[in-house]
Design a protein around this ligand. Structure first.
Ligand SMILES: Nc1ncnc2c1ncn2[C@@H]1O[C@H](COP(=O)(O)OP(=O)(O)OP(=O)(O)O)[C@@H](O)[C@H]1O
Ligand SMILES: [Mg+2]
Length: 162
């Protein structure tokens, strides 16, 4: 199974992943930015980043692993790359959309160490295309802001993840 996370910066993707990745191989585009440029927020090498991510996704799926792509993946065109790789290998894909308002995304972003510029979040928010059944995902999951809040509170209280 290929799991494709989709959501604004600050919507809680990486937070959610820590509790829900299971045994999946995680391909996180910010981690690849860090590896290639030394800066997880650097947007100068996006082509190399996505090419590297694609080959990691393909290789891991070909080895029979479950794979999780942690990136914003906000447009249909962007997600099509992951669906195509899954189709190529005959593996089902599912989307997980983090339905966070732009106001909440800005608020979460303001509180974290690694911040994305607010205008970048506002620009991305205008381009969001919610994953749709016509994109080829076998399953579409929506994670509500309340579910992320509940997880964040459990983690803060030191309780085990579900
Ligand atoms: N209800 C909530 N939903 C999401 N994040 C929350 C919530 N409440 C608090 N937070 C905090 O907001 C931050 C969300 O950041 P996180 O790194 O998970 O976002 P992200 O979607 O991975 O962003 P990016 O695309 O920039 O990697 C975390 O520090 C998290 O603890
Ligand atoms: Mg993240």
């Amino acid at each position: 199974m290929l799991t494709v996370y989709c959501g604004l910066p600050g919507s809680g993707k990486t937070t959610w992943r820590r509790a829900h990745a299971g045994g999946a191989t995680v391909v996180c585009l910010d981690d690849i930015r860090q590896e290639l440029t030394g800066d997880a927020a650097c947007q100068d090498e996006n082509y190399r980043v996505v090419v590297t991510a694609s080959s990691r996704v393909r290789d891991a799926l070909a080895r029979g692993e479950d794979v999780l792509v942690d990136a914003t993946n906000l447009t249909r065109d962007y997600r099509a790359r992951w669906v195509a790789i899954a189709n190529e290998l005959g593996v089902p894909a599912r989307s997980v959309y983090f339905a966070c308002s732009v106001e909440d995304a800005l608020a979460h972003n303001a509180l974290r160490e690694r911040r994305v510029p607010d205008d970048a979040i506002l620009r991305m928010a205008r381009r969001v295309q919610v994953p749709s059944a016509t994109e080829g995902f076998a399953e579409q999951v929506v994670v509500s802001p309340d579910e992320v809040t509940a997880l964040v509170e459990r983690m803060r209280a030191g309780e085990p993840a579900p």
